[in-house]
Design a protein. Structure first.
Length: 234
């Protein structure tokens, strides 16, 4: 395994993060030495909040049933007695003008249903992550986006709602950023001046390897552009 404690420290220091990056991993069997989720949560992204606060645990598909949209992006079928919850939620979103129904088939989804999903702070993840979720301010996540581009991972255009679609999007593309959505902001308490970048676990080392170069380049370009602005306004 990579030194995820070191990677988390580098990300936290470089990007001035206020919350811990979250590692997510999908499994066919229960991960050894990891406790199952205790209790219930109102949304899938609530698991991000728990992991960012320091908890390590795994979920099973039924833990996601309270979040119809999150279940949809994670390719988790709701039980028959709860199937109407997805259509009811989508109908509400359509009726209030939040989405158009024709947008729904375009929302990225996981290719298959994860039997078990581990959530942990990146620095203490017990397994190699499939995705890493980083919440931060635009000027700092800009650096991460640029590092992804330099690593030839072709980050996707900035995504919107639902925030959780950034996970399958990153798995297919390498790097995906999301402005977040109102549900995510309520359930995670992310601040109004922050958004998300998600990196596929397989690409994490490659992106991190470019981060120092990008930060150095931005420092030099800060001097360059500040000087040009001063000359133009003289």
């Amino acid at each position: 395994m990579s030194d995820y404690e070191k990677i988390e420290k580098q990300l936290t220091d470089t990007l001035q993060l206020s919350r811990r990056p979250v590692a997510i991993a999908f499994h066919d069997a229960a991960p050894a030495g990891v406790q199952a989720l205790d209790g219930t949560q109102p949304s899938g992204c609530s698991f991000w909040r728990l992991a960012a606060s320091g908890r390590t645990f795994y979920t099973v598909p039924s833990d996601h049933y309270n979040c119809p949209v999150g279940s949809y992006t994670h390719n988790i079928a709701l039980p028959k007695e709860r199937e109407a919850e997805l259509s009811n939620t989508l109908s509400l979103m359509v009726n209030v003008g939040y989405i158009r129904m024709e947008e729904v088939p375009e929302i990225p989804r996981l290719p298959s249903t994860p039997a078990f999903t581990t959530y942990a702070p990146l620095g203490s993840t017990p397994v190699d992550p499939d995705a890493v979720i980083i919440a931060g301010k635009p000027a700092r996540l800009m650096l991460l986006h640029e590092a992804g581009t330099r690593a030839a991972r072709q980050p996707l255009p900035l995504l919107g709602r639902p925030t959780c679609m950034a996970i399958p999007a990153a798995l297919s593309q390498g790097v995906a950023s999301s402005l977040g959505c109102i549900g995510n902001r309520i359930y995670t308490s992310i601040s109004e001046d922050e958004f998300y970048t998600v990196i596929a676990g397989r690409d994490l080392d490659a992106v991190i390897a470019q981060l120092e170069t990008i930060c150095s380049a931005n420092t030099q370009l800060t001097t360059y552009h500040t000087g040009r602005r001063s000359m133009a306004s003289a």
